[in-house]
Design a protein around this ligand. Structure first.
Ligand code: IPM
Ligand code: MG
Length: 360
């Protein structure tokens, strides 16, 4: 059956890296018969500039119709002065929330070829394979009340609220346990239960769901300790499940273990397997337009898209194998360059992955 995906290039380096991902998809269509239709739409700052809103209705409608969404990145200094409701990030949060994409999967895998590119000692990260499961449509990102208000004494009060309903915790916990069943069967739930009641409930509910998965070893860790353990001994983790904001922070931290944040894909899934796929890095305005951004996280996001939303695991493996080959060949964008490798740009890496695919 013909599938439809929506492409949202976004801002900054977004269009450059997405172009390479589309190149890879085109190659799968031409050489391996992938039956796919692609639409493209505006999101983020570029959508604000063109249509006056970071998530135009037309984009949302296309996203609802699509089987999956591929996103580059959004945001940049150009839009930082806008009211928070019109910022590019609001488009992204709106899409996550409107599509019900509550489960954010952020794998942190170290390619052995890149062990020297990590800022940590090679032996600390060699063999690293962690899956961070981040709750994505609740918590302090969405809790009410929020805003800035003026108090009786005239000073302003900034306010955000951390909330989780039991059902929100249950469903993300199940995702984490189900994934752990396919891996090493260990889940570490990260919270701040010593201080925050909301995450005390989180701990209790996750433990309850854990009873349904007797084969999975469940542990709990406070977020400050988890941040430390991630850089001290990251290989102790298999699956980490955590709240929206803790997951945001810990996944950046985990990304750096792998050498570059430019390598990590992500999937944001709803209850039915529909998803939005994006590299976990941002729009990198400092290098936008220079042709040196690493497109591999986006290309690997396409692999996740094929696996989780289009039920095409073999196509996903083809991409992952092609990326592996390109790294073996020694081509590197500047962010993952190390001695003895050849530095190339965004387009060359995309071409090399497409060539490796066609050669399979
Ligand atoms: C991420 C990003 C987003 C987030 C921003 C751009 C809103 O940092 O996907 O990790 O905080 O979720
Ligand atoms: Mg983030």
């Amino acid at each position: 059956m013909r599938k439809r995906i929506l492409i949202l290039p976004g801002d900054g380096i977004g269009p450059e890296i997405v172009a390479e991902a589309v190149k890879v998809l085109d190659c799968l269509r031409q050489d391996f018969g992938l039956n796919l239709e692609m639409d493209e739409a505006l999101m983020g700052g570029s959508a604000y500039d063109a249509a006056g809103h970071p998530l135009p209705d037309a984009t949302l409608a296309l996203a609802r119709e699509a089987d999956a969404v591929l996103l580059g990145a959004v945001g940049g200094p150009k839009w930082e002065q806008l009211d928070i409701s019109m910022r590019p990030e609001k488009g992204l949060l709106g899409l996550r929330s409107e599509l019900g994409l509550f489960a954010n999967l952020r794998p942190a895998i170290l390619y052995p070829q890149l062990a020297d590119a990590s800022t940590l000692k090679a032996e600390v990260v060699f063999g690293l394979d962690i899956m961070i499961v981040r709750e994505l449509t609740g918590g302090i990102y969405f809790g009410q009340p929020r805003g800035v208000r003026t108090l009786d004494d005239g000073q302003r009060l900034g306010l955000n609220t951390l909330t989780y309903k039991e059902s929100e915790i249950e469903r993300i916990a199940r995702v984490a346990f189900d994934i752990a069943m396919q891996r090493e069967r260990r889940v570490c739930s990260v919270d701040k239960a010593n201080v925050l009641e909301c995450t005390e409930l989180w701990r209790e509910v996750v433990s309850g769901i854990g009873n349904d998965y007797p084969q999975v070893e469940l542990s709990h860790m406070y977020v400050d300790n988890a941040a430390m353990q991630l850089v001290r001994a990251p290989k102790q983790f298999d699956v980490i499940v955590t709240t929206n904001m803790f997951g945001d922070i810990l996944s950046d931290c985990a990304a750096m273990l792998t050498g570059s944040i430019g390598m990590l894909p992500s999937a944001s899934l709803d209850a039915g397997g529909k998803g939005m796929y994006e590299p976990i890095h941002g729009s990198a305005p400092d290098i936008a337009g220079q042709g040196k951004a690493n497109p591999l996280a986006t290309i690997l996001s396409v692999a996740m898209l094929l696996r989780y939303s289009l039920d095409e695991p073999e196509m996903a493996e083809r991409i992952e194998k092609a990326v592996d080959e390109v790294l073996d060949g020694g081509l590197r964008t500047p962010d993952i360059w190390s001695d003895g490798c050849r530095e190339v740009g965004t387009v060359e890496i995309g071409d090399a992955v497409a060539a490796a695919l066609s050669g399979q």
